[in-house]
Design a protein around this ligand. Sequence first.
Ligand SMILES: NC(=O)c1ccc[n+]([C@@H]2O[C@H](COP(=O)([O-])OP(=O)(O)OC[C@H]3O[C@@H](n4cnc5c(N)ncnc54)[C@H](OP(=O)(O)O)[C@@H]3O)[C@@H](O)[C@H]2O)c1
Length: 315
Amino acid sequence: MRAFVVDADGRLALQECPPPVPAASEALVRVAAVSLNRGEVTRAQGAKPGTRLGWDVAGEVEVAAADGSGPPVGTRVVGLVASRGWADRVAVPTSQLAKVPDAIALTTAASLPVAGLTALYAVRRGEVFLGSLLGRRVLVTGTTGGVGQFAARLARLSGARVTALVRSAADAPLATAAGADAVAITDGDADAARALGPYDLIIESVGGSSLARSLDMLAPRGICVVFGVSADTEAHIDARAFYMAGAKTISGLAVFEEIKTAEPAGRALALLLALVGAGRLEPPPTETRPFARLPEAAQDLLARRVRGKLILTLE
Ligand SMILES: NC(=O)c1ccc[n+]([C@@H]2O[C@H](COP(=O)([O-])OP(=O)(O)OC[C@H]3O[C@@H](n4cnc5c(N)ncnc54)[C@H](OP(=O)(O)O)[C@@H]3O)[C@@H](O)[C@H]2O)c1
């Protein structure tokens, strides 16, 4: 079996590895496509030799779970794993696996796990907190990224009025295609989104000054769901302005915690697939490359030379 492994020089190398031995509640998946996420690619940098990463996988069940859970051999599936997904065989807990309908390409399905689930859980957090997103003002930062693309689409599906925050005017069409009702450009005007607010829900993944400004643009009793730090992990916040403005809430979200405490990944993935199948959720644009080119694809993702989702395919 082939898998990407961090080698002694800290680089990702495609190596022969022993095949995984699935636990009773895991299916062995022959992988056809994986997608890359900023978080795992960031983790790969400086990881210890021998580390194996990879979260999003789509393919076919080669060996069904021994405990009888999950889909039978030959089923097309998509799933989420905590590590070791960048491989041609992956053991996936059946609770984190969903059947892919025939009409949906595995390359499309592979884009869903981390990005789609994080966006879904963020929108859900807002819905639970606010009651409903119908007619609510929602700001999505980082709308050109994998999660941001899904978040704008899902918030719009929930009936919200979505403002997308992007860095450059050239990205406005991408945000509009993702369902944004309005687009604010940060280049040259860091407060571009303010005039379109205040916002009942802010889905924030850029961190640093973007997070600080987001808290400032929240409506009284609004909620900012924070799950990313693409620009900076630290933010300088005026605490007095925050609490004086009227019961604003900041809420952290980590997808691997959500799948344990909120809806299991398999069920949430099935919902995303149903929305895609019904034509209600158009997945973000994808760029597809061969699996062997994963290391340079990872560099392109980190350097933001791609927009939307990067998919790697195996024969
Ligand atoms: N907590 C969790 O469970 C969880 C789950 C998924 C993702 N995340 C985190 O959420 C973030 C987004 O993930 P992703 O997969 O969507 O990443 P991505 O595809 O790389 O997208 C990153 C987004 O952030 C923007 N961005 C990057 N650097 C920026 C900067 N310095 N200033 C302003 N905007 C900047 C990018 O804009 P451009 O297109 O203009 O570069 C893009 O819109 C990442 O930090 C990731 O680690 C966390």
